[in-house]
Design a binder for this molecule. Structure first.
Ligand code: ADP
Ligand code: MG
Ligand code: MG
Length: 957
């Protein structure tokens, strides 16, 4: 019966022979050449006219009947979904027809007081008519209604961020038409009920739970346990209650006019671009706010027409591990979001082969073809309506960093892509995920498995349980590690997911929100742990009789899905174990892939990569990660080692030069030893050593602490000599007190007032270098003077360094090559770089201080106002994380140019935090620096980002 009924509606679905109906698009030439790709990404909001240089701009793109106005190259204008639907249509795949309203229209809508122009409204209407013809159904018809979905779709996919409306076009008469055509009243009224609910919440902004409340009441009255237990009568009653609810809340009846519904839904999609969760998502993923979303209007196909219908989603490879296996989930007799929403737990896609073998076979064929066509893993959506397969979406699948490396190297091995293409497939930051810790296997075994869920995103997670995202954020602010446990996550949970060690959900499949977002964030996630009963109100969950309360420790492994109660220690990642010599390369497949990918990157990049490392062991790690040189060795970090700080304090407390020299003489061998180690681990690569930089009081105890100590000693009659010592210390601390230490007595200023410090440091550097040279090692020291704003400052210090270098080389009877240069981190230094280059053989941009001084933002206090700055779009990003290319970058570019003018072979590099940030690396590449230097753990990221920069791709593209 269901089958027979279902057949009838097939007519309403896209007809195969409908090709003739599509007229050749008039402005095709203009469309293909639309330069809107770049324009839309930059201009804010994109002036839509730019979309088509000749003739009238086109805002609506049709797809259907084997032909589409757009294609895969038009993501900026059509969004990812729209361009995918166009591309699949052109490839002759079974895609329900429809049209895409462009992102340019969205931007125009915002610019035009939330209205489209009459011309665009007409253009849309013409496309509705075209769709009606092709579908052989009419909008709002009482006998043969055309039903559509209205789907958002920006250039970058934002899973669950914006709302989709299904079954649009239904009204009180159309629902009867649908019933008559399908002979299925239950289906017709279920569709109408869903539509009112979606339209009511998304467009009319009536809270979802009000609808749920009504629905529950009807289910209760009818004694129905689940949605599917409710028959036509119950659903009719639900529809009536929903309509009454709409009337009560909005004061107006539920809109019956299909076209008005369409406009309302379209505008709601435009509006949803700026809802708080979409904004939050964009901030996290650094997606520009001004690119806007497209709207896709597409004829409905029905997965909820009975047991020969289904809906599902999948991936051509495993997005968590990268394994080459068909991967996905489906639900029989269900519609759209049911799979993702985690309401019913879906079946694995391999089951589909048993129940609907023909559709399954076709799906395999199509998706394999899509993967070959796009040369990348595809994430697809499909619906089967009475055994007939329809494709509803395809896009390059989001994956974990781990999977990204596996997939990219596999695709090269399969000869589907080149190593270059493989590089571009992996986001540089994804590599840091591969360095995340794993559980210590011995510790892990000690605890019993409490339950298992689906391994949605790999990684070891151990934390204190919280049940809401608000709590997660609060607790993490207090310095705790948390695990977010939810029945299922919703898009609003993104803040909590971001800060948590991991996410555990009780319902939902491998493609649920928690799983998709978890993988994208690289956040360990286990989902659908069905034995976990979450009581959010009671702040606890039970699992097999055990009760876990808020604050209790729980651990899980996102690669296996095992969940344990308790805290478990972690081990470094496999890659770190290989690099640290604790595991053989041959035993780690992921290490081999990681190394292969980075070796491809090294062939492409022109920027050299150095590391910021202060101590021999860090230098060793940095070298293992592929750093070839040290860009910043901060000598003061060596002062904090055991038994050293007292010597440093003695040096600071000295009142005469002679005393100070005596204290420095004690520090000298310690520094020499460190430098020797750092040189040695760099195997002849250049090492930049910076002379002392921070204000001296940083090496002394805090004033308040000393005062407390003194008071206590006095009260308890403590030892007189200790008391005297503390008092001297306090006096010196007070003497050294500065009102503005960051702009105070630090950097080169210290070297100028205490030349003996520079002398000692230079001596330590050259003695270490000579020693290594005598042992046959290669060594290239680069002595770097910090905080220089005037060439005379540098000249003063350079004289000392050169004198000491000559002395040491004479004493040691070896000659070594070395350079003397400076950091450019004071704006005056950048502006007078041509003068400074007379003395400096290299510049290293200290972009942390340079940002601080260029903006006049204290980097330790920016947290107080950065939020509002970003909300009001004064700043897009934190300039301490990602370089401000215009202002701070402008100074960098100018200093490069001036420096090269004076000294054409001047070496240029950067050693600020920005040296490890991919988009900043693009900038440094563009101004022609010789190298970037970053923390050892960022080195792999920098190697890949530098290759991307050389291959000229914009980050995020
Ligand atoms: P999202 O971007 O959140 O995935 P989509 O617009 O892709 O939103 O749609 C949500 C769900 O609705 C998906 O499962 C999709 O397959 C389904 N869907 C969208 N349009 C149609 C349609 N025309 N017919 C049937 N199902 C649809
Ligand atoms: Mg989708
Ligand atoms: Mg500095």
């Amino acid at each position: 019966m269901a089958k027979k009924a279902a057949r009838k509606v097939v007519k309403a679905a896209p007809a195969k022979g409908a090709t003739a109906v599509t007229k050749a698009p008039v402005k095709k030439a203009a469309v293909r050449k639309a330069p809107a790709r770049k324009g839309a990404a930059k201009a804010a909001p994109a002036p839509a006219k730019k979309a088509a240089p000749k003739g009238k701009a086109k805002y609506v793109y049709f797809f259907g009947g084997g032909k589409a106005d757009g294609d895969r190259t038009m993501k900026d204008l059509l969004g990812g979904k729209g361009s995918g639907l166009a591309e699949m249509t052109n490839a002759g795949l079974p895609v329900p027809p429809g049209f895409t309203i462009t992102t340019a229209a969205c931007n125009l809508w915002y610019a035009n007081h939330k209205k489209l122009t009459p011309e665009i409204e007409d253009e849309m209407l013409a496309n509705v008519r075209k769709l009606e013809k092709l579908a052989d159904a009419q909008f709002g018809s009482s006998t043969n209604p055309l039903l559509v979905s209205v789907r958002s779709g920006a250039k970058f996919s934002m899973p669950g961020m914006m709302d989709t409306i299904l079954n649009l076009g239904l009204n009180d008469v159309a629902v009867e038409g649908l019933k008559a055509r399908t002979q299925n009243g239950r289906f017709a009224y279920d569709s109408y009920r869903r539509f009112i609910q979606m339209f009511g919440s998304v467009v009319l902004e009536i809270p979802k739970d009000k609808f749920e409340h009504e629905f529950e009441a009807v289910k209760h009255a009818h004694g129905a346990a689940t949605d599917t237990d409710l028959g036509e009568d119950g659903l009719r009653e639900t529809v009536e209650r929903y309509k009454a609810l709409v009337k009560k809340v909005t004061g107006k009846a539920f809109p019956q006019d299909a076209l008005a519904q369409l406009k309302g839904a379209r505008d709601a999609v435009f509006r949803s671009w700026n809802n708080p969760r979409a904004k939050a998502y964009r901030r996290i993923y650094e997606i520009p706010d001004h690119i806007g979303t497209a709207v896709n209007v597409q004829q409905m196909v029905f997965g909820n027409m009975g047991d020969t219908s289904a809906t599902g989603v999948g991936f051509t490879r495993n997005p968590a591990t990268g394994a080459k296996e068909f991967f996905g989930e489906f639900l029989i007799n269900a519609q759209g979001e049911d799979v993702v929403a985690g309401i019913r737990t879906p079946q694995p896609i391999t089951e589909l082969e048993k129940v609907l073998p023909h559709a399954y076979k076709e799906l395999r064929q199509i998706t394999t073809r899509l993967e070959k066509h796009y040369k990348d893993v595809q994430d697809f959506e499909f619906t089967i309506q009475d055994e007939k397969l329809y494709m509803l979406q395809t896009r390059n699948g989001k994956r974990t960093g781990y999977a990204a490396v596996v997939i990219a190297t596999d695709l090269v091995a399969e000869k589907l892509i080149t190593p270059r293409e493989a590089l571009l497939q992996v986001e540089p930051t994804a590599l840091s995920q591969l360095l995340a810790p794993v559980f210590d296997p011995k510790e892990w075994k000690k605890l019993a498995v409490a339950t298992r869920g689906l391994p949605a995103s790999p990684g070891a997670a151990s934390g204190q349980v919280v049940f809401t995202s608000e709590h997660a954020v609060e607790w993490v602010d207090q310095g705790r590690k948390v695990l977010l446990v939810r029945k299922e996550t919703v898009p609003d949970d993104i803040h909590g997911m971001e800060v948590a060690q991991g996410v555990l959900t009780a319902t939902g499949g491998m493609t649920s929100h928690a799983a998709v977002v978890g993988r994208q964030m690289g956040k360990p996630s286990v989902v659908g742990a069905g034995e976990v009963a979450v009581d959010e109100k009671g702040k606890c969950f039970t699992v097999n009789g055990q009760v876990v309360k808020e604050g209790d420790w729980v651990s899980f492994d996102g690669l296996t899905g095992e969940v344990k109660i308790g805290q478990v220690a972690t081990n470094p990642s496999e890659i770190l174990q290989v690099l640290g010599g604790k595991m053989a390369k041959a035993d780690s497949a992921i290490y081999q892939r990681f190394e292969k990918l980075l070796s491809w990157a090294d062939k492409e990049r022109t920027l050299k990569i150095r590391a910021n490392a202060d101590q021999p062991d860090q230098a060793e790690l940095a070298y293992a990660f592929g750093a070839r040189g040290i860009g910043l060795c901060r000598t003061e970090h060596m002062f904090f080692g055991e038994g050293r700080i007292e010597k440093v304090q003695r040096m600071i407390l000295a009142t005469t030069e002679a005393d100070r020299r005596a204290a420095l003489a004690e520090l000298l061998p310690l520094q020499r030893e460190d430098f020797y180690g750092v040189f040695k681990h760099m195997h002849g690569e250049p090492v930049t050593i910076r002379t002392i930089d921070p204000p001296l009081h940083e090496f002394l105890p805090k004033r308040e602490e000393l005062m407390v100590d003194i008071a206590r000693l006095e009260a308890t009659g403590g030892a007189a000599d200790v008391l005297a010592e503390k008092k001297t210390l306090l006096a010196r601390v007070e003497q050294l007190h500065e009102f503005n230490p960051m702009l105070g007595h630090r950097g080169v200023r210290l070297g100028i007032t205490y030349p003996e410090i520079t002398e000692m440091q230079a001596r330590a550097i050259f003695e270490a270098a000579c020693q290594l040279a005598k042992e046959g090692g290669k060594v290239v020291p680069e002595v770097m003077i910090p905080l220089v704003g005037h060439v005379r400052e540098l000249r003063d210090q350079k004289l000392i360094v050169e004198r000491v270098a000559a002395e040491v080389m004479k004493e040691q009877k070896v000659k070594i090559k070395y350079l003397v240069g400076t950091m450019i981190e004071v704006p005056r230094g950048a502006v007078t770089a041509d003068e400074i280059a007379q003395e400096a053989q290299f510049f290293s941009f200290g972009t942390n201080d340079l940002t601080q001084m260029t903006f006049g933002f204290s980097r330790d206090d920016i947290g107080k106002f950065l939020g509002p700055y970003q909300e009001r779009k004064i700043l897009e990003r934190d300039p301490f994380q990602s370089i401000d290319t215009v202002g701070v970058g402008g100074l960098v570019a100018m200093a490069c140019e001036k420096g090269r003018k004076t000294r054409p072979d001047i070496k240029l590099g950067v050693c600020g935090e920005h040296g490890g940030d991919p988009s900043s690396i693009h900038f440094f590449h563009s101004v022609g620096l010789n190298y970037v230097s970053c923390s050892p753990y960022r080195v792999p990221v920098a190697r890949l980002a530098a290759a991307h920069a050389a291959l000229q791709v914009k980050v995020g593209d």
